[in-house]
Ligand binder design. Structure first.
Ligand SMILES: [Zn+2]
Ligand SMILES: [Zn+2]
Length: 142
């Protein structure tokens, strides 16, 4: 699958590209920064430098394999572009990213856009807050 995806994106199979794509596909955390990927590669005893990782991620982004997300208070994270629209919760304490999609919110945005005479193309909804785990450790249980 990895190789086919690379070919589809018009990219030659190089070791760094294959390794980085495999990490993005297999990681439990679907929103990884370049530093996260660097750390995982190091744990796998792969000698791939941060500069190479940044370059590969930029190539992946241009070819539509990944989406770059710039959340506040952290470095850019990358996720595989699965084609499905979704929005994000971001924990301001630990940086955890949770995906969600809600039909009602999507519909409501179209209703508002219509009211303003706006034809929509795309949107990004990011809700910042504190995840459940951090609420507990901060002693602020709801
Ligand atoms: Zn948190
Ligand atoms: Zn996402």
């Amino acid at each position: 699958m990895t190789n086919r995806e690379l070919k589809k994106a018009g990219l030659k199979k190089t070791l760094p590209r294959k390794k980085i794509l495999a990490i993005l596909e297999k990681s439990a955390n679907q929103h990884l920064s370049a530093e996260d990927i660097y750390q995982i590669l190091r744990d796998q005893h792969e000698d791939i430098g941060l500069a190479t990782i940044y370059r590969v991620l930029a190539q992946f982004e241009i070819s539509g394999l990944v989406k770059r997300r710039n959340f506040e208070g952290g470095s850019a994270v990358f996720e595989l572009d699965q084609g499905e629209h979704h929005d994000h919760f971001v924990c301001l304490a630990c940086g955890q990213v949770v995906e969600f999609s809600d039909a009602l919110i999507e519909k409501q945005q179209l209703i508002i856009a219509n009211k303003f005479g706006f034809k929509t193309e795309d949107h990004k909804l990011i809700i910042y807050g504190t995840c459940r785990k951090c609420q507990k450790s901060l002693g602020k249980q709801p």
